[in-house]
Design a protein around this ligand. Structure first.
Ligand SMILES: [Zn+2]
Length: 417
């Protein structure tokens, strides 16, 4: 089958971008969390200039790249629309020396990723593969992640930009682009300058499965419990020792048994202990709270305060400290006031011949934070599979379709009043 120019371009782009190590790092203490993300940022800046994108700018400190394709309609008309994707890859798997390769017309069987190291992706272990029989896949050599999360999105956005810049007969309003660092470590697009970006409506591109979109995320916060014990020799401890690890264990036992990630799905919320460390003298429990409903979310935070108080009553006020830090909110709160944004997204997916699927996203997106900063941002899936691991892959057709969806979105914003 003849492959389109767009098909070739998204393929070449992902092969190129994925080889640049842009892994982010949690708790690094600075932003961007790793310097190497700038390597991709510089490349994207140069490439946007080459394609003919205007107002290309890289914020060196924040590591955010911007570009704009100005409206070509009379008097600069048309509603501006923006697209945002993240440059970093997840810390969960190595992003060093990624060696992407293309498997043409997948036959439905097991895929040998690395003959030398006998690394095989078994069709039985990854049922999602069966949807892509006959398609071309971009894969890893089984030792690193691919970084299709989120470079499949960057590839689609850049290819859409190139297509629009080189086809002047397509009518469009302002199209604003931004690529941001550190999404995987809770960066929440913190350094994205909304004035420089320009558009007042935007879409993030991230997530798996072609044709899926999200307009709802969790409410999210992180809670840190600190326990201060009293350590003495175990032989003479009676009536004196207070074990901080005991307090931490009691806290974890008091959390609602079935309200954990492993027991919940759909629109159910949870508590999740991320880490627990300590000794007799001092212990710390770090956990996250997630819920789709504002009321339930508030009750979850209140429950943690009650548990802290119970433990204080038992061991003493000064022995328990609880700090709750807000992370992000459910973007539905903002998006419900701009229903046309989700509507356009749905229509644009359908126009590309794909049935749109929307499920509440059991996580957060940079768009959730941006929505509350005044830039409403539903999310369109990137089309990658098995993200954050060595078995990640991207069907090239999914990226090609996303370019089509983006073009459909631009077309609709051109005539939006
Ligand atoms: Zn992502």
């Amino acid at each position: 089958m003849e492959k389109s120019e767009i098909y070739e371009q998204v393929k070449i782009r992902l092969l190129r971008y994925s080889q640049i190590d842009t892994q982010s790092q949690p708790y690094s203490g600075h932003w961007p969390t790793t310097d190497k993300q700038r390597n991709l940022a510089h490349l994207l800046r140069d490439e946007m200039i080459e394609i003919g994108v205007s107002d290309v700018y890289m914020d060196e400190a924040g590591c955010v790249v911007y570009g704009r394709i100005p409206s070509n309609m009379q008097g600069g008309n048309g509603t501006a629309v923006g697209f945002i994707a993240h440059m970093d890859t997840a810390p969960d798997a190595s992003g060093f020396e990624v060696k992407p390769w293309v498997l043409e017309s997948y036959d439905g069987g097991d895929i040998v990723l690395n003959r030398e190291k006998s690394i095989v992706m078994r069709a039985a272990d990854y049922p999602n593969l069966s949807q892509y029989v006959g398609q071309d896949l971009i894969l890893t050599d089984g030792t690193t992640l691919l970084g299709g999360d989120d470079k499949a999105s960057i590839s689609a956005i850049m290819t859409m930009a190139e297509y629009i810049c080189s086809n002047s007969d397509i009518r469009h309003g302002d199209i604003c682009l931004a690529f941001t660092p550190d999404e995987e470590v809770g960066g929440l697009a913190r350094d994205l300058d909304l004035d420089r970006f320009g558009a007042r409506c935007a879409y993030t591109l991230d997530g798996d499965h072609l044709g899926w979109y999200e307009d709802e995320t969790f409410y999210a916060s992180e809670a840190v419990f600190e326990f201060f014990g009293r350590s003495v020799h175990t032989g003479t401890a009676k009536g004196i020792m207070i074990n901080a690890v005991d307090m931490a264990a009691q806290l974890m036992a008091m959390l609602p048994e079935k309200e954990k990630p492993q027991y919940t799905d759909g629109i159910e919320g949870f508590f999740h202990v991320i880490s627990c460390e300590g000794d007799c003298e001092k212990a710390r429990v770090r956990l996250i709270i997630r819920d789709f409903d504002a009321g339930n979310f508030g009750r979850r935070e209140a429950l943690l305060q009650e548990l802290a108080d119970d433990l204080r009553k038992k061991y003493g006020q000064e022995r328990v400290e609880l700090t709750i830090t807000h992370q992000y909110s459910n973007m539905k709160e903002v998006l419900k006031d701009v229903p046309f944004m989700t509507q356009i997204l749905k229509e644009s997916i359908r126009q590309a011949g794909i049935e749109p699927v929307c499920e509440p996203f059991r996580g957060g997106t940079d768009g959730a934070a941006l929505s509350f900063r005044g830039l409403p941002c539903p999310n369109l899936s990137a089309g990658y599979e098995n993200a954050h691991g060595r078995f990640e892959y991207v069907p090239i057709h999914s990226m090609e379709k996303n370019v089509e969806i983006l073009l459909n979105i631009c077309e609709r914003y051109a005539t939006l009043r």
